[in-house]
Ligand binder design. Structure first.
Ligand code: NAD
Length: 512
């Protein structure tokens, strides 16, 4: 009987759709014999399997990108810009399909998938301006008959390694600028929600991107190590958790590569006593529980200054029932499930840890009926008050729908607390005092700051990056810094002299 069940299970698994690699313009199924399950978090059911690349498959993807590079870097700026516009239009035309794929594997509500995609497409739109972005500089007549000019050239084959929480947007942060500036690209998406990468690859091919310019390798640490250490990869752009970011930065730079590695976060919202309570409570609930708290810019900790504490907690508590939790495809759902069962359980463990450390559990997500009864990976919203800096629910990145609240007496104490945390990705101040807000932007050691804006993700024509353990490397992601990251400078000093005036001169060339 048991044997029969097992063989049925194998058969059923065999029948599931398979997510494979995309190499040189086509789907390439893995022959590694290794795969991982892909789930629909709303139902808890396995829906697909994802291939796990062998070393040979990583080699094949890098080789395809390497072979395509000479042709792609020689393709005119006009043609590259034209293809980027076509890619942008293809993504735009297929917003609903892309959003549905994201929700089916990540679990976020459809409106949030649409939001992710909109912010991703912004980055492709930015990259459409490549003829302007990749311009150099020219100085005429630096010396008699001598001109100096600079150009920015692509690096070669570059890699992107991306997290589960934005399976379309974060790759677009990277490949938009990388491809537009003439590099070829190998993407290693998260194994948790891998399908959208292949859908985007097909759309890009249909939009006219030549084969080999964009490749996808599905895989785990072997794929990451293979890309990070590969001699033919010039640069690695990584987004994910801090331990992985640190390791990839160290390994990649040791191998002589340019690396930008964005890590985890614990974003604080500092609330001054003069803040509008209703507006601040709305912002805290939206930014804390949106996408089930699985955003690197989610608000994780509210820091209340003085008397604002009690009324704010009351206002947040009143709003919690409005957060309708359910299947992300249902229009009434405002928050979907968490991405995996393991992650959901880890998030829930912080509620327990907070309680045993002496914090006050104002709302416990484990009491939500879907947590108790559904096979999906649901957890209700949690609010933990009276949190102190030594508690694990304060120190660690929880990455779930859990808001922790720390009380301080003064603005200075709040700033010191935020500046002392391991992570410095984003932060926000809520106040009606412009002078206090300006002082905050001056004082705070965090890369992205919101003034009455809880999730201050920069638009695509600025760059995105945190400080401290939220980013390893020198340049931020996308925007002007992204273009710089994926190109290198060359300076040419040139003259076209009359040979009859030529003479031997052993001195160092002078500019006067
Ligand atoms: P993760 O670190 O587990 O995975 C990220 C990528 O690295 C995936 O492709 C994964 O397959 C790979 N990976 C995982 N562990 C690895 C290891 N030990 N060695 C090499 N590669 C490894 O992150 P995640 O759970 O997919 O995403 C959530 C994390 O990403 C959170 O910490 C979140 O804050 C962070 N994040 C940060 C930003 C940012 O801009 N700073 C943006 C989005 C997500």
């Amino acid at each position: 009987m048991t044997q029969m069940k097992e063989s049925q299970a194998t058969e059923a698994q065999g029948a599931l759709p398979r997510v494979s690699h995309w190499i040189n313009g086509q789907i390439v199924p893995s022959t590694s014999g290794k795969s991982r399950p892909v789930y629909n978090p709303a139902t808890g059911q396995q829906t697909k399997t994802v291939d796990i690349a062998s070393v040979e498959e990583i080699e094949a993807a890098v080789a395809a990108a390497k072979a395509a590079f000479p042709m792609w870097r020689a393709t005119s700026l006009a043609k590259r810009a034209d293809i980027m516009f076509r890619i942008r239009n293809a993504f735009d035309t297929h917003r609903d399909e892309i959003g549905a794929i994201i929700t089916s594997e990540h679990g976020k509500v459809l409106s949030d998938s649409a939001g992710e995609l909109a912010r991703g497409i912004e980055n492709i739109e930015y990259a459409c301006g490549v003829p302007q972005l990749q311009k150099g500089e020219f100085s005429e007549q630096v010396s008699g008959g001598v001109d100096v000019y600079s150009i920015r050239q692509p690096l070669g084959v570059v890699a992107g390694i991306t997290p589960f929480n934005f399976p379309a947007m974060v790759p677009m942060w990277m490949f938009g600028n990388a491809i537009a500036t003439g590099n070829t690209f190998v993407l290693k998406p998260s194994t948790v929600d891998p399908s959208v990468s292949i859908y985007l690859a097909q759309l890009m091919k249909d939009a006219g991107l030549p084969d080999g310019v964009f490749n996808v390798i599905q895989g785990d640490r072997v794929a990451v190590a293979g890309l990070t250490e590969h001699p033919d990869i010039a640069a690695v752009s990584f987004v994910g958790s801090t331990p992985a970011a640190r390791r990839i930065y160290e390994t990649g730079t040791k191998a002589g590569k340019r690396v930008q590695a964005l890590g985890g976060a614990k974003n604080h919202m500092l609330v001054l006593p003069d803040a509008d309570i209703g507006l601040t409570a709305d912002a805290a609930v939206s930014a804390g529980y949106g996408s089930a708290g699985e955003r690197c810019m989610a608000i994780a900790t509210i820091v209340t200054v003085g008397d604002v504490h009690d009324p704010l907690i009351e206002a947040i508590k009143e709003r919690l029932p409005q957060v309708v939790i359910g299947d992300g495809t249902k229009p009434e759902s405002l928050m979907g499930p968490l991405v995996t069962e393991t992650h959901r359980d880890k998030v829930a463990s912080y509620i327990e840890a907070g309680a045993s450390d002496g914090a006050t559990i104002v709302a416990d997500g484990r009491e939500h009926p879907l947590y108790k009864e559904s096979d999906g990976f649901y957890l209700g919203v949690s609010l933990i008050d009276d949190v102190t800096p030594e508690m694990s629910c304060y120190k660690d990145e929880i990455f779930g729908p859990v808001l922790t609240v720390v009380r301080v007496d003064t603005y200075e104490e709040g700033v010191k607390l935020i500046n002392s945390h391991e992570f410095g990705n984003g932060t926000a101040i809520f106040t009606r005092d412009g002078g206090a807000a300006r002082q905050f932007q001056f004082d705070i050691d965090v890369g992205m700051v919101g003034v009455n804006v809880p999730i201050p993700v920069p638009v695509s024509y600025y760059s995105f990056g945190g400080w401290r353990a939220s980013l390893f490397g020198d340049s931020h992601m996308y925007g002007p810094e992204g273009v710089k990251f994926f190109t290198r400078g060359k300076v040419i000093t040139s003259r076209w002299p009359d040979p009859s005036t030529s003479e031997i001169n052993l001195g160092f060339p002078r500019t006067k």
